[in-house]
Design a protein around this ligand. Structure first.
Ligand code: F6R
Length: 241
């Protein structure tokens, strides 16, 4: 595990974008594994700027996202599909047919997991996977206790995750209780992983991820075993290391 400590969220975002841009420059049809949430927004802004400055070209790039809420249509501003269009895809020259997320509106979520797993299989290996991290150590929506062997699956969000994500919704009752997520085994197959974190509220969990035991109770602790994982975090998030 390599750790890059930055002075600010902005610097964290730029460092992460540079690594992704290097992957794109090296392989024009790279597969990017993408995340949503607050943390990657600055990274995506930097990628958009690099595209506008003609440093990178997304025309052949393929993407797979970590997860999607069950029950939110793509038109809902809280769906992850909407988020990705709004924060990245609508601003770059990516072919939207090459962008992939689970369908949270599928009639049969288990069949949808199978379909999405096949999509990922056909695009693997993911060249670089971006991860944020939950306060409980979740990556994707793999909550504490999830098996390290897990593949794409339906998951019940914990109360802590629902509480953390209610800031995006009108009320806590509107936060979906279930999601489809890549599993931990799926995530670990990426060639390179970058986990980004910012702010003091992530300090406790980052110290467990970096220095604690590798345990299913802290899903992101498995990253200690990945051959090419970089944690990029600001000094507040690394204040307990
Ligand atoms: C998002 C995802 C989640 C978030 C995590 C942190 O696709 O899979 O694991 O990365 O909940 O969210 P933020 O960045 O909002 O703190």
């Amino acid at each position: 595990m390599k750790i890059i400590k930055t002075n600010s969220y902005e610097e964290m975002s730029l460092e992460a974008a540079k690594i992704i841009a290097d992957v794109i420059k090296e392989k024009e049809d790279a597969t990017l594994g993408l995340a949503t949430g607050s943390t990657p927004i600055g990274t995506y802004k930097n990628l958009i700027k690099m595209y506008e400055e003609k440093q990178i070209d997304f025309s052949k790039i393929r993407t797979v996202n970590l997860d999607e809420y069950i029950g939110l249509p793509p038109t809902d501003k809280n769906s992850y599909k909407y988020f990705m269009n709004e924060n990245l895809f609508d601003h770059i020259n990516i072919n939207k047919e090459n962008t992939n997320l689970p369908n949270g509106m599928a009639d049969d979520p288990d069949n949808e997991c199978e379909r999405y797993k096949n999509v990922i299989d056909s695009l693997e290996p993911v060249d670089v996977q971006v991860l944020g991290v939950g306060h409980n150590g979740h990556i994707g929506f793999n909550e504490p206790g999830e098996s390290f062997e897990s593949e794409v699956h339906v998951t019940n969000l914990t109360d802590r995750t629902i509480e953390a994500n209610k800031r995006f919704f009108d009320s806590i009752d509107d936060v979906p209780k279930k999601a489809i997520t890549m599993g931990i085994a799926t995530i670990m197959r990426a060639k390179k992983i970058i986990l980004i974190a910012s702010g003091e509220d992530k300090a406790e969990i980052l110290s467990k991820i970096i220095n604690g035991d590798v345990t299913e109770n802290v899903p992101a602790s498995i990253l200690q075993k990945h051959p090419d994982c970089i944690i990029i975090a600001d000094s507040s998030a690394l204040s307990k290391i």
